[in-house]
Design a protein around this ligand. Structure first.
Ligand SMILES: *Cc1c(COP(=O)(O)O)cnc(C)c1O
Length: 364
């Protein structure tokens, strides 16, 4: 029997480094702020940060993640992509030398009123260039700049940041419009700029500025629905595996699993794999979602349980209890699994639970 523990996500550090190098070659004039929010999209934030030694800076979404990185000895610049949520966090920004986005007036006033900062804060002002999620309207910019100019708690020059809504749609004019709105709003101002995330880096060269912010392609997952990352030259970093813990022959016309939602159409061999929604494998994976076993794809058949799922091996299968199953990764692109499930690769890798062991390997 395989020594593999149930539900292990193998994280390939060399693939991570390959992907970063490829990103740099696609935008050689831009520095890379590697986005490692949400536990590095499920890959383990500390290990990923240590592997990405050629990144110029890191971006996270929560201050706890930034503090954890600092306490693990990571000394590269770290940016809070959504800024701080509460004025209490300002002391931590200062203490741990963290950079912050400002996207609203409340954050600006909180900085203004904060006393006892050891040094002026490094700030990126977020401009809403059309996504209408975070960021200030370009018309509010003069007000913000005036306030910032006289605020000695902010280091000058500040930087400018914005974010695309539709960069994964190559024929959507919104992306070029966002670039223009962003550039027009900050024209003539001193300060470095950043707008491109993965899709911008790959397909919108006009969006490459002093800083790019790749997330998903670092992990070898595509931001697009028309191509897997591997087709774009990237290598999948995570391979999620478990193993077969039971095989039984089920007669034609018999139900399998909760709710009897799948009925066999022939006598067949059904395998139980030790992974389920308790590990973050989606319960909504329908019949036919592929699982890679012994060199072929077999369909998920029957409802995904908390700790297990069932697949139809077919009537002539040679598989044995203890054999490995790959849920996604090297042999089976996560993008393909995501399409069956009706979601995106981003969500599948990010939502693994803490029960899944992360195991770091260096493949070639
Ligand atoms: C998550 C995020 C990114 C990275 O996006 P990807 O599509 O994963 O490359 C970049 N910038 C900001 C502000 C983000 O929130």
């Amino acid at each position: 029997m395989s020594k593999l523990k149930a539900a292990t996500a193998f994280v390939d550090k060399q693939a991570l480094q390959h992907n970063l190098a490829l990103i740099k070659s696609k935008a050689p004039a831009s520095r890379v702020l590697a986005v490692i929010k949400a536990n590095a999209y499920g890959h383990g934030v500390i290990q990923v940060a240590r592997s990405l030694e050629n990144a110029d800076a890191f971006g996270v979404a929560r201050i706890e993640e930034a503090v954890k990185l600092r306490e693990s000895g990571i000394d590269k610049p770290i940016l809070l992509l959504e800024g701080f949520y509460d004025a209490d966090e300002l002391r931590l920004l200062s203490r741990y030398n963290l950079e912050t986005v400002i996207h609203n007036v409340e954050q600006l006033l909180a900085i203004d009123e904060q006393s006892g900062l050891s040094e002026p804060l490094k700030v990126w002002l977020k401009i809403d260039s059309g996504m209408h999620r975070l960021g200030i309207d370009p018309e509010q910019l003069p007000y913000f700049l005036e306030r910032i100019e006289i605020c000695d708690k902010v280091q000058k020059p500040i930087r400018f940041i914005s974010h695309f809504a539709c960069a994964d749609e190559l024929d959507n004019p919104a992306t070029s419009e966002q670039v223009q709105r962003f550039l027009t709003s900050i024209k003539g101002l001193e300060g470095e700029r950043s707008i491109a995330a993965s899709a911008g880096i790959l397909k919108w060269p006009e969006s490459h500025m002093e800083w790019n912010r790749p997330g998903i392609i670092l992990y070898g997952v595509s931001p697009f629905d028309f191509a897997n990352a591997e087709e774009l030259g990237f290598l999948p970093v995570m391979t999620l595996k478990s193993k077969i813990i039971s095989i039984k022959t089920v007669r034609k016309g018999e139900p399998v699993g909760y709710g009897a939602s799948w009925i066999t159409e022939r006598d067949t061999n059904v395998a139980v794999i030790a992974i389920g929604y308790g590990d973050g494998y989606p319960r909504t994976a329908p019949y036919g979602t592929p699982v890679w076993i012994n060199g072929r794809k077999v369909p998920v058949a029957g409802r995904v349980s908390m700790d297990m799922l069932t697949v139809d091996l077919g009537p002539d299968s040679q598989d044995k209890v203890g054999d490995e199953a790959t849920l996604w990764g090297r042999e089976l692109p996560v993008e393909e699994v995501a399409k069956h499930v009706g979601t995106i690769g981003y969500e599948l890798v990010t939502r693994l639970t803490s029960r899944v062991e992360l195991s770091y390997v260096e493949c070639d």
